[in-house]
Structures are given as C-alpha cells and as structure tokens.
Write a protein that binds this ligand. Structure first.
Ligand SMILES: *Cc1c(COP(=O)(O)O)cnc(C)c1O
Length: 425
C-alpha cells in the first residue's frame, strides 16, 4: 500500500463522515491523525506507512487470539469457497450456537445476529415482549450499542465525544429508559421489564462491580419480576470460559454477546432459556430477523475461535494481565504520575492522574479522571514508541493471547518513558 496516514485520512474524510466508520476510531479526543491499518498479525498491526504497532485495541475486543490467526484464516477460506450467504439454515450457525450454549449453564438457546448493537436491541425487545412491561433500567456509563433507547448515558465513543446521548433520538425513544449509577443496586417496581448491565463495565474505561452488586441486581429483579440482562458483548468468552456468569456466580435471564464470538467477523447473539426464547418469532410474537444473521463466514470464524479456546487460556491470560497491570502501575508511579490499572480476569483499565487516587467505582468518578488531560499526551507518547492504545480515555486495554511476555514487558518500559515525558510537560 502506498501513501501516508495523512493522505489516506484526507481521502477518507472526503467520502466518509469524519473519515471513520465508527467514531471511537477518530482521534478527536486525543488529537492528531489516525493511522490507517493495512494488516495485522497476532499482537501487531501495520499501517499504510509500514509502521508496526503493538496493538492493544484488538478491534475493541473482537479478537482474542490476535489478528489473522492461521487457523481462523483457514476456516474462513474453507467457508468462503462454499458460498457466503444463503438465506437458509446452515450447519455453521448450529455449531456456533452449540458451542456457546455448552459453555454457559442456563443459556439454552441463542439467536444469532450481526452486531452487538442488534443483540442488545433485540434482547430488550424480547424482555419487553415476555414481561408485557415497558421500562428498562441501564447504568450510567455502560455502553450497549447505538440503538435509540440505549444511547442515553453511554460510555465509549458517546463519552469520548462529550455527548450526553445523541441528536436524532426522540424523547419518546428514551422515555422508558431509566438510568442509574453503576455499583448501586436500584430499587425497582413492577413497571420494569429488564435491568441491563455490563457485568464488568468496560466502556467507561474499566469499572469492576462491587461485591454484591450483580447478586443484588439478581435479587432485586426477582423481587419485582423483572428480567436481568447481562450485556456480555465484551465479557462473553473473554472474562472466563463461561463468561461473566462463571466469573461472578450470578446468572442472568438474558445474555447478549458479540465481539469474541465472531472471531473478527460481524456477529452478535442473544439468548436465554428455551421457555423465554419461545416468545421470539417464528415461535412467538416478538419479531426479530436478519438477512445475514448466522452468516456462514462469521460462524466459521467464531466457531473456530471458541473451539480453540481452553479454560487454561483464561487462567494464563488473566495471570499475565495481572502481572502486566501491577508492573505498569508501579513503573508509572516512579515517573511523577499516578496510575490505576484495575483488572477483571484478562480485562484491564488504565487511569492516570497527577495526584494519588483510588480506582473509580462509577461513571462520575471515571469522568473526573478521564477528563484530566493526561491520556491524550500519554497515548501519543506511546504511539510514537510503537504501542497503539485506544484513541480515547474511556476505553480499556485488550491484551490478546498473542501478546507475549516480552511484548508486555516492553510495554511497561515504554509506558514508564512515556509517563515521564508527560509528567514533565
Ligand atoms: C461493543 C459493544 C456493544 C455494541 O456492539 P457492536 O458490535 O459495536 O454493535 C454492545 N455492548 C457492549 C458492552 C459493547 O462493548
């Protein structure tokens, strides 16, 4: 590929709004020009200028084995040669659904869709249809995709852009959405169809649930007959072999998945018990559909990834991330800045400050840290040194199974150098 990042971004901006197809990819909150990626391999990506970056974006969590794993590539090649979409049932979708339901006790059926947004949007419709109630409750700073009703108080790009929600969303569309602070069990009444939660909040940087938060939600939902929806689009098959339920020992009524289960292709899924999923068309009155749902390419990649994952992978990756997180905060603390690197399994956040602080427990605390102006300069210092973090303070670090101990150790050294430069400025 020829051309510079600058020239590609200029071309992009002429034909694509803001030059990006998802706002989180723009460098709006950190400044500068995005690097345009031509390829990736394992833990690394290469841009149009031939610069190689150690990549902690990893498609915001869609790749757990790193980029272009040879076995995933081979599975895709085989699937592509057989035809990419039929509009009829395929073995691939059955196999992916079997792999998912076998790993998560209580998840008896899933419906496959093409994105996390669709999964959560459909899960909410199912919850409303099954309960006959209208209200849903979400938590401040949790991101559940960009469907209208859920775009209030979202984290991730919504927070990065400094938007309270979004223009173009009617008051009616969000009128039945209640927003509550993360880590406090709300008191519900019987107008609530469902409580929607990221079991680990990973779109407002990282916020770990307090002991008793998720189990408290379970109890409160049961008390009023509301359904508990775990949005596991990030945590699913990443936090643990069986996802957040296995990790925290709390079982939701509806699960939403995306990212990891697509092996790098567009997939989402939502599911629950057979009894609950009976409400879904063609069996029941809750309509939901998709031309490319259960797409053969996507299910081939997703199934390959799930087949390759072992319970030991999660133990190894979590241990590697725990050490990395400790080393990173210690290294940064020697530079004049303070860092917090909260972890949950292999998920890891990064907060910087000039003064000592404890890891945040809700979105208000997150915002104070993420808006202190340190992340942008730190991000650029790291990028100059060949380490690509997400271009926004509200995102987390995605360490993949392809990140070696050497990669992580080098990142710690470069982070110390970067923090030193930022502390001086
Ligand atoms: C990424 C994400 C979504 C949306 O998924 P898309 O595939 O981007 O539509 C929903 N919920 C959570 C928790 C996510 O991280």
């Amino acid at each position: 590929m020829t051309g510079s990042n600058q020239s590609w971004f200029e071309r992009a901006q002429k034909v694509i709004p803001g030059g990006v197809d998802s706002p989180v990819r723009s460098f709006r909150s950190v400044g500068g020009t995005p690097y345009t990626v031509v390829s990736g391999s394992g833990a690394y990506v290469v841009d149009v200028e031939g610069t190689r970056y150690l990549d902690y974006v990893q498609s915001y969590g869609a790749s757990l084995f790193g980029h272009a794993h040879p076995d995933v590539v081979a599975a895709l090649q085989t699937a592509a040669a057989r035809g990419t979409t039929f509009g009829a049932p395929t073995p691939g979708e059955v196999q992916l659904a079997e792999l998912m339901t076998a790993r998560v006790p209580g998840l008896e059926q899933v419906r496959l869709v093409s994105s996390g947004t669709e999964a959560v949007m459909s899960a909410v419709r199912l919850a409303r249809g099954a309960t006959g109630r209208d209200k849903i409750l979400k938590f401040d700073g949790c991101y559940h995709g960009h469907s209208d009703a859920l775009l209030v108080a979202g984290g991730s790009g919504v927070a990065q852009m400094g938007l309270p929600g979004s223009a173009g969303v009617t008051a009616g569309a969000v009128g039945d959405t209640i927003v509550a602070p993360y880590n406090v069990v709300p008191t519900l009444d019987d107008s609530v169809a469902a409580v929607l939660v990221e079991p680990v909040a990973a779109n407002m940087n990282l916020v770990v649930p307090n002991d008793g938060f998720l189990s408290g939600l379970r109890r409160e939902c049961d008390r009023v007959g509301a359904l508990l929806i775990f949005d596991e689009v990030i945590t699913g098959f990443r936090l643990a072999f069986g996802g957040a339920q296995e990790y925290f020992g709390v079982t939701p009524d509806i699960w939403c998945f995306g990212k990891v289960i697509g092996g790098g292709l567009p997939v989402g899924a939502f599911g629950g018990s057979r009894e609950l999923l009976r409400h879904l068309a063609p069996l029941g009155p809750v309509y939901q559909a998709g031309t490319l749902s259960g797409n053969p390419l996507a299910t081939a990649a997703g199934s390959k990834v799930l087949e390759m994952l072992t319970p030991g992978d999660y133990v190894d990756l979590s241990a590697r991330v725990a050490t990395f997180a400790d080393n990173l905060s210690i290294a940064i603390a020697s530079t004049g800045l303070y860092a917090a690197t909260p972890v949950a399994g292999p998920l890891m956040g990064l907060y910087l400050s000039r003064t000592s602080f404890s890891p945040p427990t809700n979105f208000d605390e997150v915002k104070v840290l993420c808006e202190n102006g340190l992340y942008g300069p730190f991000f650029h210092a790291m990028l100059e040194r060949g380490v690509a973090l997400a271009p926004g303070a509200y995102e987390i670090l995605f360490v993949s199974l392809a990140h070696s101990e050497d990669d992580l150790a080098r990142t710690v050294e470069l982070a110390a150098e970067s923090a030193k430069a930022v502390a001086r400025s």
